[in-house]
Design a protein around this ligand. Sequence first.
Ligand code: ATP
Ligand code: MG
Length: 448
Amino acid sequence: MRLSRYFLPVLKETPGEARIASHRLMLRAGMIRQASAGIYSWLPLGFRVLRRIEQIVHEEQQRAGHIPMLMPTVQPADLWRESGRYDDYGEEMLRITDRHGRDMLYGPTNEELITDIFRAHISSYRDLPLTLYHIQWKFRDEVRPRFGVMRGREFYMKDGYTFDLTRDAALHAYNRHLVSYLRSYERMGLQAIPMRAASGPIGGDDTHEFLVLAETGESAVFYDSAVTDIRLGARALAYDDAAACRAVAEEFTRLYARTDETHDEAKFLEIPEARRRVARGIEVGQIFYFGTKYSEPMGAMVVNAQGERVPVHMGSHGIGVSRLVGAIIEASHDDRGIVWPEGVTPFHCGIVNLKQGNAGADAACEALYAALTGAGLEPLYDDRAERAGAKFATMDLIGLPWRITVGPRGLKAGVVELTCRRTGESEEMSPEAAVSRVAGRYGGTAGG
Ligand code: ATP
Ligand code: MG
């Protein structure tokens, strides 16, 4: 992409309404624009990051064997009357009446709709296990929408639903989700710690929230600092193997890590003092096993091997895709702007032309652009007739991990400058070396 043809409405002033770094930086970098309280348009740069996060979630869900689909945003109220949640959900639910006077709602989540699909099409244990998921906009009429996309009213969420014959099988599904979530967050350059949580309006026996540690987080968290040393890394994961999934889940949940809702001071004090941590975190996902809470009242039954009709065991599993954009920025920025992890960056590399209009510099930038594109990368070329300082400030603000700077003086010596956004370190090298260094950083993941 050439910046002269792009739409990147960068703001010079720090917007007054933004109280935390991610909100401020998303507005300044031209990623979002508020349409009304807690409702945002995703401008091109923000949309790119949203799509990259969504793509990682899709890939990791499908790697775990979960099946993508799409359910609507607007749902009939009658389904929610069956589960009893139409009244329980309260004012957070946006209720709508259509022209025929029918009660509808803008979905805050999809347990009822998916249970209805299940009961219409599945009646035998032979069709289990089943995991369906979608990534769709949700609406919750939050009392206090704030912090930009972190607590919106309209937000983008991946929600997956598991159907199993037995509690044991459902717990395998639960552990499989836990592992696939860990892997998704790691690919986004984030550490999200699974913490034992309380279940809220979804209900259920077993639930973990995934929290990104950040001072601006809305949840109080209590944990053993040793949990922050555990990584999934590049290990092979056998998602169909219940024992293997359980082992990974246990490894990550063995140590004390809880939100304030389930915090147990006596247990906390058993942690060696030097490892006790009280901090704040951002919830970026949650998994639930809730047994037959929806299948029983809504009649989602299957016939088991003994010929008896039994309610299915269900779970639901959510990732806050749009909140993650803010959470990643909270975890990764400095005083000059955003520092994107390579896994989610909107463009792989910036190109800064120090002397636009200089034939040699222009040609060298074009050649770099073509070489990076040829290597499967998406560069952002700042080809505007701006001062170098302004170009650097824009690149730092939007946070691309790598920048190649091209000027007539360097070109005379056959070199360009490659700069790492995270460390600020620069190195001179030939244009070819810069391209292969950047391409090497992204390995096989470029474009994905
Ligand atoms: P919270 O406690 O933050 O209100 P929740 O526990 O009600 O969230 P879930 O039903 O667990 O939310 O939804 C799954 C995920 O969707 C959450 O982990 C979070 O990342 C995201 N999410 C929930 N509410 C919002 C919101 N208002 N704005 C943006 N993302 C949200
Ligand atoms: Mg939650």
